[in-house]
Design a protein around this ligand. Structure first.
Ligand SMILES: *[C@@H]1O[C@H](CO)[C@@H](O)[C@H](O)[C@H]1NC(C)=O
Ligand SMILES: *[C@@H]1O[C@H](CO)[C@@H](O)[C@H](O)[C@H]1NC(C)=O
Ligand SMILES: *[C@@H]1O[C@H](CO)[C@@H](O)[C@H](O)[C@H]1NC(C)=O
Ligand SMILES: *[C@@H]1O[C@H](CO)[C@@H](O)[C@H](O)[C@H]1NC(C)=O
Ligand SMILES: *[C@@H]1O[C@H](CO)[C@@H](O)[C@H](O)[C@H]1NC(C)=O
Length: 696
């Protein structure tokens, strides 16, 4: 990827690079440089028939509008108090206080913070700077510097929140730069997000994907006596909702969490998909989100709420509390997020005319934004422009000699660049940026628009256990694409498979997932993603009231006979639980005493669990293997099907095995409560190690 700029006039270049922008800005935009941002040439977003962008700065508010959308922010706090669109004076929740409608926030822990979950900081700023004020574009910067007399109150970071509105654009962009430097004390970052609260009297229908869309209950429905909090208080049974259609359903924001790779467009509409106004957020890239493409984040949920979560510990736990040392130098750009509005009448948004739903138009707008990515019009020097980015190309294949002597295409595999570390370390990495892509059918991949810097190349391939990592550190430089050629992933393997359970795909999705208790249904998940229903952990004890699961590898089917989660069993009604021991029964014709077998156990998630492995002797005081206490993923309570991926390889001495019938005992020993346990991804027994071991 040679940078194409040489010798081409900028105007033509922009035309070549952004299929949607027309080339008329030469006079209107000129050079823009008000408040210390870098110089940016701002091409128009649409046709020049649109009115110019206007900025009004008042004592306590600042209002920026382009004739399509008008955003009203507190000055100098930088909270969104109003969004005017399509004749509606405010799309944000007018019944909430003006700093509780649209804002950035951080949850953090550090000196002086006693709250267990950390302190919430809404990132109210102190200073407004106009970065750009032109007919084509206005960019505002709300900043706040931390100083030592503020110790223990705001998060110890310097904050720069940006808002950008462009001519002819049916929305606005927001991004933020967080900086930790020499004078800042140590702290831990738990969570940071952009929160948008559309008003509840206008927005009732939520869409987070093609198949996941539904009318939503009102926030009042969650409050007793209309709503009854369930075992995890964020889950509420709607016993007397204002709209009777929701009666008997469970509402829980975690039922709408999504993998980072799927979070691109989501939001709200009026009564239904054909109603007049849509409220969306669009993120063409996830480079700034923590922990890679499989990390799960909240999206939109009841409130109405529309979140862009950049970092959280959800589905991972304390391992994703980001530690900062005193004086540590760190800077990161979160976002940009495009906040987009559409309406069926408005020509500005629905260019293809009638027949298109607001959701379809929002998806279309995602494509428009993706074509422009990385944006050229953002004013902060900390957001790398296209020519400050590079790329990498190559081709991955998989070599597993027990499956094929040839290298196989890594079907459905993903590769990505993240901070240098161990294989799989990207799952817990959050200070840097990550760049991922799914490989092509033949294994080839190309990752472009990578911010210059040092990375490792990581990957995983469904159907194979383990993590891929390319040995060399990859140094991405501006304007260049690195060709790494043919790479081969050799997944862990000591010997051929004697038996296996499940599919190595990092989730427990292929196992038996029970129907939800009819008293705790979310109608959206009756025919899809059944694991998102509330209370499935209780179903284990209903299916196995006395004795635990026993699985025979020859006759049983993991899709029907392997419960998707190894959870605790409730004992009576006194609030006590017990750990469980599952048995895997298999038969070996000949066993070899003086060799080792290998038991591979891939876990899709764990929460306060301890997995102990015993072979043929369930009562041995010391297990053959224990994971020790692992995991704070909290996936069971939050209706996930995976959290952090963990792979264990257990050496099984042949002396423990017998000719004929053998049993592996898998004990989840922790019994503290209902949400402790684990989910398997895949289990297999390999061996014996030497191809023709001597018979004992
Ligand atoms: C901006 O919002 C404030 C508070 O909600 C309101 O008082 C003010 O009139 C608004 N200004 C404009 C121009 O909409
Ligand atoms: C606000 O920003 C301006 C421009 O960057 C700067 O000159 C001024 O000192 C800042 N004021 C405060 C209170 O930080
Ligand atoms: C078996 O696999 C494990 C983990 O992949 C590895 O550490 C071990 O060295 C292997 N054993 C042999 C004898 O190859
Ligand atoms: C709770 O109930 C179970 C089963 O009814 C019983 O075995 C257990 O001893 C009880 N535990 C306590 C602490 O009461
Ligand atoms: C089996 O594994 C154990 C423990 O890892 C090791 O000490 C032993 O040498 C192995 N035996 C053989 C025959 O490879």
């Amino acid at each position: 990827m040679e940078h194409p700029a040489a010798g081409i006039p900028l105007c033509l270049l922009l035309l070549l690079m952004t299929s949607t922008s027309s080339c008329f800005f030469s006079e209107a935009s000129a050079r823009i440089n008000h408040g210390g941002g870098r110089q940016v040439l701002a091409p128009a977003a649409g046709q020049n028939s649109f009115p110019p962008v206007k900025l009004q700065i008042m004592d306590q508010y600042v209002v920026v509008g382009n004739g399509i959308v008008e955003v009203n922010l507190t000055n100098p706090g930088g909270s969104m108090t109003g969004i005017q669109y399509n004749g509606i004076d405010n799309l944000l929740e007018v019944v909430k206080s003006e700093t509780d409608r649209g804002y950035w926030d951080v949850v953090w822990k550090g000196d002086g913070i006693i709250k267990k979950k950390g302190a919430l900081d809404r990132l109210e700023c102190k200073n407004l700077t106009v970065i750009t004020e032109e007919e084509e574009q206005v960019e505002l910067s709300f900043t706040r510097k931390w100083s030592s007399e503020l110790q223990g109150k705001p998060v110890p970071l310097d904050i720069d929140k940006r808002f950008v509105m462009r001519r002819g654009s049916s929305g606005f962009y927001t991004y933020a730069i967080y900086e930790h430097s020499q004078q800042h004390p140590a702290f831990q970052l738990a969570n940071t997000r952009l929160v948008l609260k559309p008003r509840k009297d206008k927005f009732h229908y939520m869409a987070i994907s093609d198949k996941k869309q539904r009318p939503m209950p009102l926030p009042e429905d969650r409050v007793p006596p209309r709503g009854q909090p369930l075992a995890y208080p964020e889950a509420v049974l709607l016993v007397d909702p204002i709209e009777p259609q929701f009666k008997g359903e469970v509402d829980d924001k975690y039922e709408y969490s999504m993998e980072s790779r799927d979070i691109k467009v989501h939001g709200w509409m009026g009564k239904d998909p054909s109603s007049s106004v849509g409220f969306w957020q669009i993120t063409p890239s996830s480079e700034f989100r923590s922990a890679g493409p499989l990390k799960q984040f909240l999206s939109s949920h009841d409130g109405p709420t529309c979140l862009a979560v950049f970092h959280s510990t959800h589905y991972t736990g304390a391992d994703l509390m980001v530690p900062f040392e005193a004086g540590e130098a760190w800077k990161k750009v979160y976002g940009p997020v495009f906040v987009y509005f559409n309406s069926l009448e408005s020509e500005a948004s629905s260019s293809s005319g009638t027949g298109m739903s607001l959701w379809d138009d929002a998806k279309n707008q995602l494509m428009v934004q993706a074509k422009q990515w990385p944006y050229r019009f953002l004013g902060s020097r900390d957001y790398p422009l296209p020519d400050q980015r590079g790329g990498i190309t190559g081709r991955l294949s998989v070599h597993d000699p027990e499956i094929s002597t040839r290298n196989l295409p890594p079907t459905g595999g993903w590769v990505g660049l993240a901070a240098p570390g161990d294989p799989g370390s990207w799952q817990l990495e959050s200070k840097g940026y990550q760049f991922w892509t799914e490989v092509e059918e033949d294994g080839s991949f190309s990752i472009s628009n990578v911010i210059a810097g040092q990375y490792n190349l990581y990957g995983w391939v469904p159907g194979f256990i383990g993590d891929y990592k390319y040995d060399a550190v990859i140094n991405i430089t501006p304007g260049r694409s690195i060709e790494v050629g043919d790479l081969v992933f050799e997944p862990p393997r000591n010997a051929s498979t004697l038996w296996e359970i499940g599919v190595p795909d990092r989730t427990a999705g292929e196992f038996f997932i029970p129907d939800a208790n009819p008293n705790y249904i979310n109608k959206l998940y009756i025919h899809q993603e059944k694991y998102r229903q509330y209370g499935l952990w209780e179903r284990y004890a209903e299916l196995y009231p006395e004795a635990d699961l026993v699985y025979n590898v020859r006759t049983d089917d993991y899709r029907k006979d392997w419960f998707f989660a190894q959870v605790t069993r409730k004992k009576g009604d006194n609030g006590t639980y017990e750990g469980t021991t599952w048995q895997v029964k298999y038969s070996l014709d000949r066993t070899y005493q003086n060799v080792n077998y290998t038991l591979r156990i891939a876990l899709a998630t764990a929460n306060g669990a301890e997995l102990q492995v015993r072979v043929n002797d369930p009562s041995s005081a010391v297990p053959l293997f224990t994971t020790g206490s692992i995991g704070k993923d909290n996936t069971i309570a939050r209706h996930g099907i995976h959290g952090v991926y963990r792979l264990f390889s257990v050496v099984v001495p042949g002396s423990l095995l017998v000719d004929g019938s053998n049993t592996v005992f898998l004990t989840q020993a922790i019994n503290t409560g209902p949400f402790y346990g684990l989910m398997y991804d895949y289990i297999r027994l390999e061996g014996p190690l030497s191809p023709n071991p001597p018979r004992n």
